[in-house]
Design a protein around this ligand. Structure first.
Ligand code: KG4
Ligand code: ZN
Length: 330
């Protein structure tokens, strides 16, 4: 049994899964205290992780119907993310593992998003192309084995989730903006406004800065009253532009690799329009359930199955990393 922890941002997550990738419990406690600040406040996130983490681990074990005695491996997100937030998960994982002399598997958060696709009941086997779109990262990668990936394209400025969050803020919606903007977009016309998709950026890289500016200008030009009246159209057109920008690169990558399969991951992969668009591409596509796209610990436990575990007491010196560490397939 694997006990996994994820605390890289503002969700305190614990999961219990089997070595075969069956998720027995996946608990996500969203802090919900960052809304009024319009984004995650790192220090507040760390404090809340500290308050929540033991209860979340207890919940996960109870839901899985097992105890610490059944756990043979502890997995934890090492980075990238907010260092203070990561350290709460790492310290907790070290404590739990060391108390029972268990091995510990440090996991890269982005590899976790890829590894959500390796979970039962329908794991996808490499090789495949994978779009990872979250609040902090937007990557198009080639997954050739279970341990890592090769980066084909990345964002030149904002991440896709960040574009959702900033757009939502311009429209006066709460944080996180993606789900709120997407809900508003349901009632709108995606063709009402022609927002840019960075079509001029060649290759497989993404850019969302121009889109955000275009929405800013549209809101300014419309004025407060008209913006409120047309909020659903603005949201639908903006969401459409983000999804098309992502899918244009995915289509380019698929065109260059005939027969390639596609998987998606990261919080933005929970988006309704993106999921529908991906499923209509005409290639074999793996779309994990929304709760495995947004941050969770089951994906971290999944990735841990292919990480070399660190033995006790070697992991006691393990540190978090905020950025970097590109996982390349060997
Ligand atoms: O992967 P994730 O949960 O956390 C990070 O690793 O960043 O991604 C969070 C991002 C946020 O920007 C959030 O607005 C976005 O994913 N997101 C969505 C949806 N659900 C979450 N964006 C669009 N539509 C959604 N349904
Ligand atoms: Zn994430």
């Amino acid at each position: 049994m694997i006990l996994a922890l994820e605390t890289s941002c503002d969700d305190t997550c614990a999961a219990v899964l089997t070595g075969a990738g069956e998720v027995l419990a996946s608990v996500v406690s969203s802090q919900g205290v960052h809304d009024r600040f319009g984004g995650v406040v790192p220090e507040i996130a760390s404090r809340h992780h500290l308050e929540l983490v033991n209860a979340v681990v207890d919940d996960a074990l109870r839901q899985a119907g097992c105890g610490l005695d059944d756990v043979t491996l502890v997995a934890v997100t090492q980075g990238p993310g907010l260092v203070g937030a990561l350290l709460i998960g790492i310290a907790t994982a070290k404590g739990l593992a060391a108390a029972r002399r268990l091995p510990l598997a440090p996991v890269d958060h982005l590899q976790g998003h890829v590894a959500a696709n390796f979970l039962a009941p329908e794991p996808v086997e490499p090789p495949f192309l994978c779009l990872i779109a979250s609040g902090g990262h937007t990557l198009l990668v080639r997954v050739t084995d279970h341990r890592g990936y090769e980066v084909l394209g990345g964002t030149l400025d904002d991440a896709a989730g960040e574009a959702f969050d900033k757009g939502a803020r311009l429209l006066g919606l709460g944080y996180p903006g993606g789900p709120a903007l997407s809900a508003l977009a349901r009632a709108g016309d995606p063709a009402a406004f022609a927002f840019p998709t960075a079509a001029r950026v060649a290759g497989l890289d993404f850019s969302f800065a121009g889109l955000k500016t275009a929405l800013l200008y549209a809101v300014r030009d419309l004025g407060e009253e008209e913006t409120a009246r047309r909020a659903a159209d603005l949201a639908a057109s903006y969401e459409h532009a983000i999804v098309e920008a992502l899918m244009a690169r995915v289509e380019r990558a698929l065109a260059a690799e005939p027969g390639a399969r596609l998987a998606i991951g990261g919080g933005v992969a929970a988006n309704r329009r993106l999921r529908a668009r991906a499923e209509a591409l005409g290639v074999q596509v793996k779309v994990p359930p929304p709760e495995l796209c947004t941050d969770n610990a089951a994906m971290i436990g999944s990735a841990a199955r292919w990480v070399d575990p660190v033995r006790h007491p070697d992991y006691l010196a393990l540190d978090a990393y905020a950025t970097g560490r590109r996982h390349r397939a060997p």
